[in-house]
Design a protein around this ligand. Sequence first.
Ligand SMILES: C[S@@+](CC[C@H](N)C(=O)[O-])C[C@H]1O[C@@H](n2cnc3c(N)ncnc32)[C@H](O)[C@@H]1O
Length: 365
Amino acid sequence: MDCKYLHRCGSCALTISYNEQKKLKIAKIKELFGKFYSGEFEFFQSNETGFRSRAEFGIWHEDGDISYCMRGVNSQKLPIDSCQIVDLKISNLMPRLLNAIKDDEALVGRLFGVEFISSAKSLVATLLYHKDINQIYDNLARLQSRLEIGLIARSRGVKLEFGNVNIDEILMVNGRKFYYTMSDTAFIQPNRNMNEKMISWAVDGIMGGADLIELYCGHGNFTIPISFKFQKVLATEISKSSIDMALKNCKLNSVNNIKFARLSAAEIMSAMAKEREFERLRGVDLDSYKFSHILVDPPRAGCEDSVLKFMSGIDNIIYISCNPHTLRDNLNILSQTHKVVKFAIFDQFVHTNHIECGVILEKFN
Ligand SMILES: C[S@@+](CC[C@H](N)C(=O)[O-])C[C@H]1O[C@@H](n2cnc3c(N)ncnc32)[C@H](O)[C@@H]1O
């Protein structure tokens, strides 16, 4: 990547060639996981540029002018006018949006950040302010009609929306289209193309079985395409907006064998252990499920002890992880009951040291 900010921008901290990045990541994963798995570590390559469909920038104010900015390698702010890792829709919008904001002084004052989300059918920008945005309502409405994008403005405790701010996505999973609607406030995989590869890998990697339980399911990103391999699916997640979207996504894809419930991982574990009953599980007969598989895609902290204990009793595990270190800690426990049969590296976070992994485990006989 020949970005003019390379070596100065703190975002793309891994400045070696893509081939070297690939070798480095494979070596790191082999070193961390070699003791659990001697098979092939599949590496899923990303585009080197234009791969991020979600991005956040600061706003730099100087001499009455504004520009986008990133955290520099020396932790100081680095003004930028473009970014090569964001997708085409976002990179085309960036200068248009900035110029349109500059044309209206009221929109410039106390603007401190901009977030972008793009998907197959949507493009939404969120302006972040340190002031009462109700005072600039009309200015924001004019900005939206000039740019014809979904526009959100936020300040402490206030959110204003202009135009269509739904984030509507179409993902191709093994040649089949899946439809999603997503919330700007909840988790969204940042690299669309890699997300399609991850879901396809997970769907392909399992033979299917009786019933699936999924924790940390978000808006049903994996749940919906994988549900076709199972009789019934129980999927849980802590975020209310994600669960609201997951329910809509079932309808969009005409799927009717999934029960989504808003429960933290700890809550569903205590419900499964019959320690607590939850109103949010009303009408769900937990005893009717015969879980042959569990799918987890936890936050960076990995799975908590009660989840690991539960997983150790399930025959097949699909574990998606954005943190190899907590994944290794969790595999130290799971490897007492299960063997790793497939391991993939998904290069979601190109030009950074972050690595996303997928692991499939089977219970020892
Ligand atoms: C890495 S994201 C994965 C989401 C989803 N699998 C996807 O691909 O979009 C992790 C998810 O875990 C959820 N989460 C965080 N802490 C949780 C907890 N303690 N219990 C249940 N879900 C949690 C987050 O809201 C987020 O949706």
